[in-house]
Structure formats: structure tokens, C-alpha cells
Design a protein around this ligand. Structure first.
Ligand code: KIV
Ligand code: ZN
Length: 510
């Protein structure tokens, strides 16, 4: 039995299709680059046949990422497989991932097909995909609620037809760890041909058991795990990559397998994904939450000071969490700043580093001491490379008090033209947003969410605002960071509006 487990990341497909997690092309490429740095083995970049947007993002990821296999999902239909192949064909290592449901309820009510028809369709479509591409993965959707004998028949036929990876999804998050392990063990026993291919598990988190089920699948003999960064995905999400990988790394005594993942990139990948979908990291989230390595209770602190092993089963450094030390100040030069960026694992172009350094210097004028977390926030919030066709905040002033309506004056620049307007509002943020609306005149949308939090400790900390807007079934989130929370609020709103306007422009063009 191989001792290596492959990590198949589906953040850009199963993750992205969840409500509130949609990403634009630029964001998908950014996430794909993070996944490549993380060294996942396979990136499922999307479902190419589902829309022209998905098709182009799969092909862009395929063209830009060199060190991972790039997969596209496809139903068992020729047109899906054609689109999947056209989208992944430029990849160094392309994969087509075909699936069909095998549980009685899915076959009868969703597919309206008999079990025999399902087997036939799976076999013919795997052969069709194989005529394009040597690397074919087959998923038996809702496998954990399928009849085990039928599942074995489908899997045998899928291998015979050319699938090199067989994925067993717990599509509705129904399984338990004992069951998941037994499903994989039974399949290997019933279908000896499984020894020549890879078995994969794909677990959803509806009952909070996705990580446990994935690990149990490995104990049963699976050697590929499908997961997403931060566990984003349909309903309660998919198995979180960071939990699965760190469990394998922390408990070699139980699992005795390794992965290719560079765990020191986990925290940055998590930040990037949360940043792109506009969510704050829950403080108690395993591995990446702010409290994951905080040993605040007095009794714990005492133990950790005496010996870290008392309460710490893994180190923050092992997942790339930056320390909150004071790092650089007003007098630090560009060289020290560049070295700091490299030591924090950022690989920026000279032009990006220059933009960050300018923001860093501005921050030093406002804040006595800067920490790793401040520098991280500056990098994540870097102003866009191009200001063409987007609004940029030029200046603002607000007046507010408890006995009068707030007033805001905002000036925005777009393509070299500066426009100023004023509005009254129910508080300074409302007034500022109304003034922005007067200038931008955005299309109809729902203001879905507004979150504010501090980046580091201290009253002079940077404030981070995430604004989420929704139009039709797509959400647009963006961040703003400043020591002034009104400025952070305005920046985040303008960035979200820029994304929304970009999308509605594309809507009109389609
Ligand atoms: O959950 C699921 O069954 C899936 C398959 C398409 C692999 O996402
Ligand atoms: Zn899924």
C-alpha cells in the first residue's frame, strides 16, 4: 500500500459553486497560484460546460499553473466532456473528471435512469473522455448511499473503461467514519482491480464529520483526498484541506502517510480564500483561526511557558502563521521591507513590492509600531495594478454627531476624471455610501453584509472592513484596510462596487 496521499483541491469548483463563494477570473487565478504554492497535486479548476465564464477560468488556470494537474468536472454527456477537454488541454498535466449518480434516489428521481443504463452511460462516457485524455477520474455521486454491490459493479466497469482514479463521494455528508472506512475496504475487497488504480474520497460536512470521514477513508485505503481551503463548499462545505493535511502530519502514528503539501503555506492560502470571498476567519476555526494557537487561560499559559508540548500539538510556524512581533518602523528602508516580505513567504513583483512599500510608509506615519499582521494586511489589500475603468477614492470628509444627520463629501476618480458629491445619512458610513452611490450610480443590488474587525492589537490598529453585495445569484465582496474605519469602509465599498459593475458590464455584453 502506497504511503503517499494525493491532495485534490476543489476550492475552485465545489467551493466556488456554493452561495456567497463566487470568484471572478482574476480571483480564481490568484487562488490557483496559492494552491500551486501549497503544492496540492490536483486543482479542480471548475465545471467547464456550466458557463462560458467557467470555461474560460478553467482554461486560464490550465494555461497558468505548471506544477499541478488541472481537472475539469463533466457530467456523463459528450458536450460536457468536449468542453472539459477543450478547457484543460493546455495544462501540463490535464485531467477530465466525469461523474454520474449511483444511489437509488438519485438514479430514480434525478437521472430517471435504470441502474443498467447508469452503468452503460458511465462506461461509454469514460471511454469517450479517454479518447481525449489519458488521466480520467470517475466519481460515483452519492456513493455512500448507493447499494454496495451495485457500487462495486459500477467501479469495476469504470476501471475497465479506462478510469485511473475512482472517487467515492459522501455527497450529502451522511456517512460516519466507521462507515466510510468500511465502504473503501469493501470496495477494495470486492473489486481487486482497485489495486491498480487510485481510490479517492470526497466528503461533505453536513453532520460535521467531513474531516473524520476523509481520514477514515485513508485508513480504509484511499490515496487521494478531495477537499477545499477553509472547507468552503455546498451547504455545510467540503472537508477542509488544512484540517486533513495537519491531522496526517500531526498523527503519523495513526495514519503513516505523507502528502506533498508545504504546510507553511496553509495560513496564507486560507487568508487568500477568505479574502477573495469576503469573509472573516472565524476565531475558533481549527488550524487557521486567531485562537487556534492562543493559550490564554492562565493555567494553559503556565504549562506552555514551561513546555510548549503541554498544550500545543503543532506549532503556528508549521502552518505559516506570522508572529505578532513588532517588525519594522518609520526608519526601515526598502531593503529591510523586501526582506521581510520574503521571510513572510510573499513572492511579489518589484512593482507590487513598491506599491506595498508606499502603503507601509503611509501606515508608519499613522501608527508607531508595525507588526507582521499589519504588513500582511497591506499585502492582501494591495491597491489594484490597473486603475483603468475602476473608481478610486481620492478624498473624503465626514461630519457626524448625536444630534444631527451625518454628512459625507466623497471624491472619486475614474479614468482620470475626478467627481465629487455630498450626501446625508444615518451615520457616517451610510452618508459616505450614499455619496458614493450618487457618483457611481450602480445597477440594482442587495447590500448583503458588512463586517469590521481589527487587524492586530492596540487602539491604533488597522481596521479591516469587508463589504458584500449581491446581484442575482452572485455575490461581490471586497476588503478595505485603514487605521481610519470610515476610510476602510469606503474603500471596501468602492472595491465591491467595481467588481459588481464589471460583472454587470459582462452581463450586458453576453
Ligand atoms: O459531492 C459530490 O458528489 C461531488 C461530485 C461531483 C464529485 O461534488
Ligand atoms: Zn461535492
Amino acid at each position: 500500500m502506497k504511503s503517499h496521499v494525493k491532495v485534490f483541491d476543489t476550492t475552485l469548483r465545489d467551493g466556488e459553486q456554493a452561495p456567497g463563494c463566487s470568484m471572478n477570473l482574476k480571483e480564481k487565478i490568484e487562488v490557483a497560484k496559492r494552491l500551486e504554492m501549497l503544492k496540492v497535486d490536483i486543482i479542480e479548476a471548475g465545471f467547464a460546460a456550466s458557463s462560458p465564464g467557467d470555461f474560460s477560468s478553467v482554461s486560464e488556470v490550465a494555461a497558468n499553473i505548471k506544477d499541478c494537474t488541472i481537472a475539469s468536472l463533466a457530467r456523463c454527456h459528450e458536450k460536457d466532456i468536449d468542453a472539459a477537454y477543450q478547457a484543460v488541454k493546455k495544462a501540463v498535466s490535464p485531467r477530465i473528471h466525469v461523474f454520474i449518480a449511483t444511489s437509488p434516489v438519485h438514479m430514480e428521481y434525478k437521472l430517471k435512469m435504470t441502474p443498467e443504463q447508469v452503468i452503460e452511460r458511465a462506461a461509454s462516457m469514460i471511454k469517450y473522455a479517454k479518447s481525449y485524455c489519458s488521466d480520467i477520474e470517475f466519481s460515483a455521486e452519492d456513493a455512500t448511499r448507493s447499494d454496495p454491490e451495485f457500487l462495486a459493479k459500477v467501479v469495476r466497469k469504470a476501471i475497465e473503461s479506462g478510469a485511473g482514479v475512482i472517487n467515492i463521494p459522501d455527497t450529502v455528508g451522511y456517512s460516519t467514519p466507521e462507515e466510510m472506512r468500511a465502504v473503501i475496504e469493501r470496495l477494495r475487497a470486492d473489486v481487486p482491480e482497485c489495486e491498480g488504480i487510485e481510490i479517492s474520497v470526497h466528503c461533505h460536512n453536513d453532520l460535521g464529520m467531513a474531516t473524520a470521514n476523509t481520514l477514515a477513508g485513508i485508513l480504509g485505503g484511499a490515496r487521494q483526498v478531495e477537499c477545499t481551503v477553509n472547507g468552503i463548499g455546498e451547504r455545510a462545505g467540503n472537508a477542509p484541506m488544512e484540517e486533513v493535511v495537519m491531522a496526517l502530519k500531526t498523527r503519523p502514528d495513526i495514519f503513516a502517510v505523507d502528502t506533498r503539501i508545504d504546510t507553511t503555506q496553509i495560513y496564507r492560502a486560507s487568508k487568500a480564500v477568505f479574502g477573495v470571498i469576503g469573509r472573516a476567519v472565524p476565531i475558533n476555526k481549527p488550524i487557521v483561526g486567531a485562537n487556534a494557537f492562543a493559550h490564554e487561560a492562565g493555567i494553559h499559559q503556565h504549562g506552555v511557558l514551561a513546555n510548549r508540548n503541554t498544550y500545543e500539538i503543532m506549532t503556528p510556524e508549521s502552518v505559516g502563521i506570522p508572529t505578532n512581533q513588532i517588525v519594522l518602523g518609520k526608519h526601515s528602508g526598502r531593503h529591510a521591507f523586501d526582506e521581510k516580505l520574503v521571510s513572510m513567504g510573499f513572492n511579489l513583483s518589484a512593482e507590487q513590492a513598491e506599491r506595498c512599500f508606499t502603503d507601509f510608509k503611509k501606515l508608519c506615519d499613522k501608527k508607531k509600531e508595525t507588526t507582521d499582521r499589519d504588513i500582511e494586511a497591506i499585502v492582501w489589500d494591495m491597491s489594484p495594478e490597473t486603475t483603468a475603468n475602476v473608481y478610486v477614492l481620492k478624498g473624503f470628509s465626514v461630519h457626524t454627531g448625536d444630534s444631527e444627520a451625518a454628512t459625507a463629501v466623497i471624491s472619486l476618480e475614474k479614468d482620470g476624471t475626478v467627481t465629487e458629491d455630498v450626501a446625508l445619512g444615518n451615520g457616517p458610513v451610510d452618508a459616505a455610501y450614499k455619496a458614493v452611490d450618487k457618483i457611481v450610480a450602480p445597477p440594482e443590488y442587495v447590500f448583503e453584509n458588512y463586517v469590521i474587525q481589527s487587524v492586530s492589537e492596540g487602539k491604533d490598529s488597522l481596521g479591516e472592513v469587508i463589504t458584500t453585495l449581491r446581484r442575482n445569484d452572485r455575490t461581490f465582496s471586497a476588503k478595505g484596510v485603514s487605521t481610519d474605519i470610515i476610510e476602510a469602509s469606503i474603500i471596501s465599498y468602492i472595491h465591491a462596487l467595481n467588481k459588481l459593475m464589471d460583472y454587470s458590464g459582462a452581463e450586458r455584453r453576453e
